[in-house]
Design a protein around this ligand. Sequence first.
Ligand SMILES: Nc1ncnc2c1ncn2[C@@H]1O[C@H](COP(=O)(O)OP(=O)(O)OP(=O)(O)O)[C@@H](O)[C@H]1O
Ligand SMILES: [Mg+2]
Length: 363
Amino acid sequence: MEAGIVGLPNVGKSTLFNALTAAGIASENFPFCTIEPNIGVVEVPDDRLKTINQYMPTEKIIPAGLKLVDIAGIVKGASEGEGLGNKFLSNIRDVDALIHVVRCFENDDVIHVEGKVDPLRDVETIDTELMLADLQTVEASKDRAAKKARAGDAEAKRRMAILEKCFETLDQGKPIRKLEFSDPEDRKLLSGYRFLTAKTVLYLANVSDDDPEGEGPHVKKLREQAESEGGLVIPVCAAIEAELREMDEGDRQEMLESLGLKEPALNVVARAAYKTLGYHSYFTAGPKEIRAWTIPIGAKAPQAAGVIHTDFERAFIRVEVYSVSDLEEFKSEKEIRTAGRLRVEGKEYVMHDGDVCHFLANP
Ligand SMILES: Nc1ncnc2c1ncn2[C@@H]1O[C@H](COP(=O)(O)OP(=O)(O)OP(=O)(O)O)[C@@H](O)[C@H]1O
Ligand SMILES: [Mg+2]
């Protein structure tokens, strides 16, 4: 699972990326500090891993990971090559979702490329650039599909129809994610284009350190707008998170308490990203490792096996499943089995969040 961080220059993307990933990359008070994309992995905190470990000693615990790509700031005209242009938009083509960092903190010392803090205008600027970039992709792809369609290619005709709908949607100033195709074949062709505005967006409101919960007017406006479209806004103070990251556990707890926060925003962000993106986890557990794996909600058992190893999907035979609460009740896998609570499921089994699994596959 991968998410790309987008936003205007100098809004706090790299600060946030650092706080989340502890990567220690450059974040400075000047626009376009970042040029080449930075890649890091955030561990998705999950208390159930510890619960499993209470009943099962193991050598290591491996949480699920969310891969983050921090790119250069996007400015008006980026899709036409302005700023650092189209090149870095291509750095986020392949991610599954976007984390859109929006500046909501007032601070005269930190340059705003448009001169003034205005979250709704900033969101619109970025959205417009992403839509324009997609429009270019649509036009180039339409030309290609048209040529093939004229040569009698049936799939190309289908592509033409999809691209036409994408064009209309973008032309009305709407993102491609608003488009719905009922036919799974259409959906598959559409997703192959990796359109930027087809990706799910999670908004991170970068707030000032005197308003860590984002109760000020900037966040309020952003939230109203995002929620009216089914989006989610999470307030984070990137500056605080960066400090928290540097501290040891004791100091961190003290600082969190003094700010009235329950946990670092990283935990909240990781969980929200999971949820907005439609993912959940299952576990594998044994004496070597206890590990969380990420799967799309609705994934069936073979697809889940395929996350461990691509060959497992094809070679899947069956899966033995129990839940973390079964483990809490019966204290060991052996007792779960004896009590007849270990379930054996086949190819059509739809995975549940928190399933603990043993996959059986053809060698
Ligand atoms: N919540 C905040 N409050 C105050 N200052 C902040 C906050 N978040 C970030 N900053 C400051 O804003 C400046 C820009 O941050 P950063 O380099 O992370 O931005 P960026 O979005 O990655 O920029 P670029 O697009 O140029 O790479 C830094 O000086 C950083 O310390
Ligand atoms: Mg940066």
